[in-house]
Design a protein around this ligand. Structure first.
Ligand code: IMP
Ligand code: MG
Length: 178
C-alpha cells in the first residue's frame, strides 16, 4: 500500500519496515557498546516510543530493565509546547544509567521537560535514544546521544507514531502528502 488516509489527511509510504528494523538493530548495538556491562534502565516514552522500544528490546544483547514514562505534549500535527507528566518512572533510577527510548525528537520541548523532571530521580546519567529526529525543527542545545535517522521537517506516522491516535500500528512509516 503506497498511500493511506487517516482522518482527513493522505500519507505516502516513506520508510519501509525492513529499513526501520535495520536501523533499530544498529541502534541497539551502539547503545549496548555504550552501556558496557552495566544494567541500563530503558525508559520507554509512551505512547509513540512503544513500537520502537519493543523491537529495540528484542535486539538488545545485554541485560536491561524496562520502564515507562508518559508525557502528554502533542495534539494534531503541530507541537503545542504544553506538557504534563502522565506516567512517572516506577523503577528506582538513583545512581543508574538511564536511556530514554523516544520515537522522535522534533522541537525538543518534550525532551527538555523530561530531562528536567528526571534529574530529580538522581540517575547516574540520562542519555537519549531516538529513532527519528527532525534537525530543522529542533529548538534546543541538548545533545542527542543516539539517533536512528534524521528526517526532513515533515509530519510522519506509523511504527508507533500517530496522527490524532491513528496510524501507530502501521509497519512502515508514512509521510504527510503535500
Ligand atoms: P517535540 O516536543 O516537538 O520534540 O515533539 C515530541 C513528540 O511529538 C514526539 O515524541 C511525538 O510524539 C510527537 N511528534 C513529533 N513529530 C511528529 C511526527 O512527525 N509525527 C507524529 N508525532 C510527532
Ligand atoms: Mg512521543
Amino acid at each position: 500500500m503506497e498511500q493511506i488516509k487517516l482522518h482527513d489527511k493522505v500519507f505516502e509510504r516513506y520508510i519501509p519496515h525492513a529499513k526501520i528494523q535495520e536501523t533499530v538493530q544498529e541502534l541497539a548495538g551502539r547503545v549496548y557498546e555504550d552501556a558496557g556491562r552495566q544494567v541500563p534502565v530503558f525508559l520507554v516514552v509512551l505512547k509513540g516510543g512503544m513500537v520502537f522500544a519493543t523491537d529495540f528490546a528484542k535486539h538488545y544483547p545485554g541485560e536491561m530493565i524496562l520502564d515507562y514514562i508518559r508525557v502528554k505534549s502533542y495534539s494534531g500535527t503541530r507541537s503545542t509546547g504544553q506538557m504534563e507528566w502522565l506516567i512517572k518512572p516506577s523503577e528506582d533510577l538513583q545512581g543508574r544509567p538511564v536511556y530514554l527510548l523516544e520515537d522522535i525528537v522534533d522541537t525538543g520541548n518534550t525532551l527538555a521537560f523530561m530531562l528536567d523532571r528526571l534529574a530529580e530521580y538522581n540517575p547516574a546519567y540520562v542519555k537519549i535514544v531516538s529513532l527519528f529526529h527532525k534537525p530543522e525543527a529542533y529548538r534546543k542545545d541538548i545533545p542527542l546521544d543516539f539517533i536512528g535517522m534524521k528526517i526532513p521537517n515533515k509530519f510522519i506516522v506509523g511504527y508507533g507514531l500517530d496522527y490524532d491516535e491513528l496510524g501507530r500500528n502501521l509497519k512502515d512509516v508514512y509521510q504527510l502528502k503535500a
